[in-house]
Design a protein around this ligand. Structure first.
Ligand code: NAD
Length: 473
């Protein structure tokens, strides 16, 4: 006989969407039960995504920095790598962060159940533990935050040499040759890690450019540097076949640069997108609507079409980004607590943690063009930044999109070292309805990369101090 429990709010999924929702709801005084398959909250982001990949990107940066020190007269030998220690340190980062979330759960008096939840009806969930035992949980409200999983890929084979983002993060080995399928966020981040650690990395991207959502002028400096790090980047290229052989995976590539080519790789990493985890929750026993792409349909308050159920994060639609999930989670929790709240951001930042980093928020130039919207675009090349030059990183670019009539900032894009940190100013500017004049008049510390944001605003008036581009007309 299954154990029976009841709670006011159940949050299904303990990733950045789920735990942010659960913590916020508890902070607002609600009685909360968080159900997740792991012993502590964290989800894909902490266990198999953002956090371990950033730890490994830090290792890659240490290696690259020592290599590039030569131009400053500092010579280091080739790094000796203890892969087991890299793995251990990465694991300890993950354990520290997830353990901390576990403590925060307990401090807030949250009920955390380790198990897999499925709906019996709109107000009842069955939670199965790993040992097969079951809890039947009566709940007034549920927030679904079940996340996403890697998309499977056409000519897949069953081989231990074939990796997805999860297995690639385990760093079983540094293969001599690695094929990365997909030139998006994961392909470029993890491809960069393996290339820095010594693999000969080939990236194949089906589209005719890397990172489809980003403006081309911002991708350009990244592409240029990646070309020096990777063995090859093949655009407009697809994988038409894969076969396991004794010494690797034989892959057939088809594209303009290679024609039809067969090549052997030690390992292949597939990162062609992610899809929402909406199946497996038995949503058919509820009034929740799932669209053709598998996303749960939600309104601005993150309500589903079932009055008792809300959904946030990757399962509730693009962009599949942790910080978007957390913001949605807090909205859903607030609404359930009876507070006026809606998810209506003016700008959701996107950051690709490559070297250089690529970050943007608000309107992009390509989205403006697609919508037939006229915008003013100003750019500040980092070659004119003192700070970038002291860092030997004048390969960056900061750009601003403004409304031609009001000067209001509509979009900010940055490619360069630390762009992921810099973009927050752009998000704030857009959310506050700031104009280019506001940014221009805001004193930025010197010498910092943040000055490039101020100078790109000044450039709108032809008044940037460190570039000479007088205003036309
Ligand atoms: P993605 O959508 O970023 O990129 C997938 C790429 O694969 C696309 O460029 C696509 O054109 C290409 N592609 C698709 N099918 C292909 C094929 N058959 N052959 C060659 N190329 C093919 O997806 P991802 O990199 O798997 O990441 C998934 C999601 O995870 C992202 O959309 C992002 O939301 C999230 N993520 C974010 C971060 C971050 O915020 N830094 C990091 C990792 C993942």
């Amino acid at each position: 006989m299954a154990e029976q429990m009841s709670t006011f709010l159940t949050v299904v999924g303990g990733g950045p969407g789920g735990y942010a929702a659960a913590f916020h709801a508890a902070d607002l005084g609600l009685e909360v039960t968080l159900v997740d398959t792991e012993p502590n909250p964290g989800g894909t982001c902490l266990y198999r995504g953002c956090i371990p990949s950033k730890a490994l990107l830090h290792v890659a940066k240490l290696i690259n920095d020592t290599r590039e020190a030569a131009e400053w007269g500092l010579e280091f030998g080739e790094p000796k790598m203890d892969l087991e220690k890299v793995r251990r340190k990465t694991r300890s980062v993950v354990e520290q962060m997830t353990g901390g979330l576990g403590q925060l759960c307990r401090a807030r008096g949250l009920n955390h159940i380790q198990g897999r939840a499925g709906f019996l009806d709109s107000n009842t969930l069955a939670v199965f533990h790993n040992d097969g035992s079951e809890i039947v949980l009566k709940t007034q409200h549920t927030i679904i935050a079940s996340g996403s999983r890697p998309t499977l890929f056409g000519p897949l084979i069953n081989s231990p040499r074939l990796m997805n983002s999860t297995s690639a993060l385990q760093m079983e080995e540094i293969p001599e040759t690695l094929l990365v399928i997909g030139g998006g966020y994961i392909g470029l981040e993890l491809g960069s890690v393996y290339a820095s650690l010594g693999s000969k990395v080939t990236v194949v991207e089906m589209a005719d450019g890397l990172l489809a959502g980003a403006d081309r002028d911002l991708v350009k400096p990244l592409h240029a540097r990646l070309q020096t790090l990777m063995h090859e980047i093949l655009l407009g290229t697809k994988v038409s076949g894969m076969k396991e052989e004794k010494h690797g995976i034989r892959v057939t590539l088809e594209g303009p640069a290679v024609g039809e080519l067969s090549r052997l790789f030690d390992r292949v990493l597939v990162c062609v997108g992610r899809r929402p985890n909406s199946s497996g929750l038995n949503l058919s026993s509820t009034g929740v609507t799932v669209n053709k792409k598998g996303f749960i349909e939600v309104d601005a308050q993150r309500r589903t079409s079932d009055p008792a159920i809300f959904a946030v994060g990757d399962v509730a639609g693009e962009p599949m980004l942790a910080h978007k999930a957390s913001a949605e989670g807090r909205v859903a929790a607030s609404v359930i607590a009876g507070k006026p709240a809606a998810f209506e951001p003016q700008a959701i930042p996107a950051v690709v943690f490559t070297d250089p980093e690529l970050a943007w928020c608000g309107l992009t130039e390509s989205a403006a063009a697609a919508a037939g919207r006229t915008v003013h675009v100003t750019r500040f090349p980092w070659a004119a930044s003192g700070r970038a030059t002291t860092l030997s990183r004048s390969d960056g670019l900061t750009k601003l999109l403004t409304d031609p009539d009001t000067g209001q900032i509509l979009g900010v894009g940055i490619c360069g070292a630390g762009a992921g940190e810099l973009i927050a100013e752009g998000v704030l500017a857009i959310e506050m309805g700031a104009t280019a004049g506001d940014l221009d008049l805001t004193i930025h510390p010197h010498p910092t990369l943040s000055e490039t944001v101020m100078e790109s605003a000044a450039a709108l008036f032809g008044l940037s101090t460190h570039i000479y581009r007088p205003k036309r007309g």
